[in-house]
Design a protein around this ligand. Structure first.
Ligand code: EPU
Length: 425
């Protein structure tokens, strides 16, 4: 296993180029299965979750090939409609193959994902959605099996206890795109990644409207065709670098991004005291000394994203005054808190969903451990600002979602290196 060693205290200055969005790339790779043809995807980030998804579709019979940054997937010769537990347990987004397989082959069997570091993360909304489209859905021996004679359009409400579901909206939308008739998805997730999958399906010949709103209408098609498609920029990677500029009192130009996807974060950062300028595809951020504590409520898009909650916790740890964060999406999304405390942060958990962060003057380097992708980002950010050296272990979590993060950070002045972790089990 590898770890990062970060020497903190250097203002980050320069230009960063943002990669394609992992959370759009994963479902779009799965949605390629709908076509039964060759699909060419541009700007797919080379992160380990993408490689896991390619392994999943590989076990179904798809061939994929990289040429520089362009990924070609041939979905014409599938020989299986079953996705094994070994891959699903590595990454729950593997579950995205269920909708496309069911739509194209009228049957699919995919291992039921268990819980993960973020909580129990059920998939009931996905299953209810497939059921409403006319599939028989059953759970047996740890697998979800779905079969149908024909999927047909229906009215489906996809809101769960924690609000709309990104994954269920996408999975059901993919299945409905090859059903007969029109499906209306109410309480749909509005995240840009949902919109990107819908745009991909429409480019393949699909008929989806209502993107970016909470009501999606999907008119089923007989066939979708293979195309070339460019994935949207990663708004969570963008946000991570925005916070990197703020936490190091640096000055960054962030390019090949879509600032409109980060409105909630940028509003918080302006409130905090940073200077932010945006145009259509880039943004500039610099941080002043006069900064304010802030209160953040995490909620589905367009509100503040749960995936940037750990990173902003790192920033608020060094912000004078008391900041509060209320998380509303995942039941266990404060795993980074005990690790930030090891670096000197003063964070009190009021309950499972609420923390008060009392800003301290300085963090100091220490050995810490990442528990998930975004917790690892929080630790890297805190380490960039901390005095001394921080050793971050279990960085395979970082590699799941951030492309070449240490290279991008080194280019803007950070002292970060990847080394083998001699103490790893
Ligand atoms: N939920 C249900 N039932 C379901 C599905 C979801 O109760 O059938 C609940 C979840 O347990 C959670 C809430 O609904 O409390 C929202 O979950 P959602 O389905 O929206 O999340 P997801 O699709 O599993 C995606 C991202 C996550 C991101 C969330 C929220 C991917 C591959 N993952 O997960 O990204 O945090 O949306 O925006 O797109 C990450 O990239 O590090 C990451 C965790």
């Amino acid at each position: 296993m590898e770890k990062f060693i970060v020497s903190g205290g250097i203002p980050l200055i320069g230009t960063v180029h943002i990669s394609g969005a992992k959370n759009a790339a994963l479902p779009i790779i799965a949605a390629s299965l709908l076509t039964g043809e060759k699909v060419v995807l541009k700007r797919i980030p080379k992160v380990s979750d993408v490689f896991t998804m390619l392994e999943v579709i590989g076990t179904l019979g798809c061939k994929s090939k990289w040429q520089n940054r362009v990924l070609t997937i041939d979905t014409s010769n599938l020989f299986s409609t079953e996705a094994p537990y070994e891959l699903i347990k590595k990454m729950r987004a593997s579950y995205y193959v269920l909708g496309p397989l069911l739509a194209r082959f009228k049957q699919a069997k995919v291992a039921l994902p268990g819980g993960c570091a973020l909580g129990s993360r059920p998939v009931d909304l996905h299953m209810n959605g497939f059921n409403k489209l006319g599939a028989k859905v059953k759970i047996e021996h740890g697998y979800v099996s779905c079969e149908t004679k024909e999927l047909h359009g229906n009215r489906i409400i996809l809101k769960g206890l924690h609000g709309p579901s990104v994954g269920a909206t996408i999975n059901v939308m993919m299945a409905a795109s090859l059903a007969t008739g029109v499906t209306t998805i109410e309480e749909a997730a509005r995240e840009p990644e949902v919109e990107d999958v819908a745009n991909f399906i429409n480019a393949c010949g699909g008929k989806i409207t209502g993107m970016g709103t909470s009501i999606l209408s999907v008119e089923g098609c007989k066939k979708l065709k293979g195309i070339e498609y460019n994935i949207i920029p990663d708004r969570i990677e963008t946000g991570t670098f925005v916070i990197a500029a703020a936490i190091t009192n640096g000055r960054l130009t962030i390019k090949e991004t879509k600032p409109e996807h980060n409105r909630a974060l940028l509003a918080v950062l302006k409130n905090y005291g940073a200077q932010v300028e945006t145009d259509k595809t880039s943004l500039r951020i610099s941080s002043q000394k006069e900064i304010n504590s802030v209160s953040i409520k995490v909620a589905p898009y367009p509100d503040f994203p749960t995936d940037l909650q750990p990173p902003i916790s790192a920033l608020l740890s060094l912000t004078p005054g008391n900041s509060t964060i209320v998380e509303s999406i995942f039941e266990n999304r404060f795993m980074h808190v005990p690790e930030l405390r090891r670096l000197g942060a003063n964070i009190e958990m009021l309950d499972r969903y609420t923390v008060i962060i009392r800003g301290v003057k300085q963090l100091s380097g220490a050995p810490v451990m990442a528990s998930d992708i975004r917790a690892s980002a929080a630790l890297i950010l805190a380490a960039l600002a901390a005095k001394g050296e921080t050793h971050i272990s279990r960085i395979y979590h970082t590699d799941r979602g951030y492309e070449h993060i240490e290279k991008k950070l080194s280019k803007i002045g950070a002292k970060i290196k990847r080394v083998l972790d001699p103490n790893a089990p």
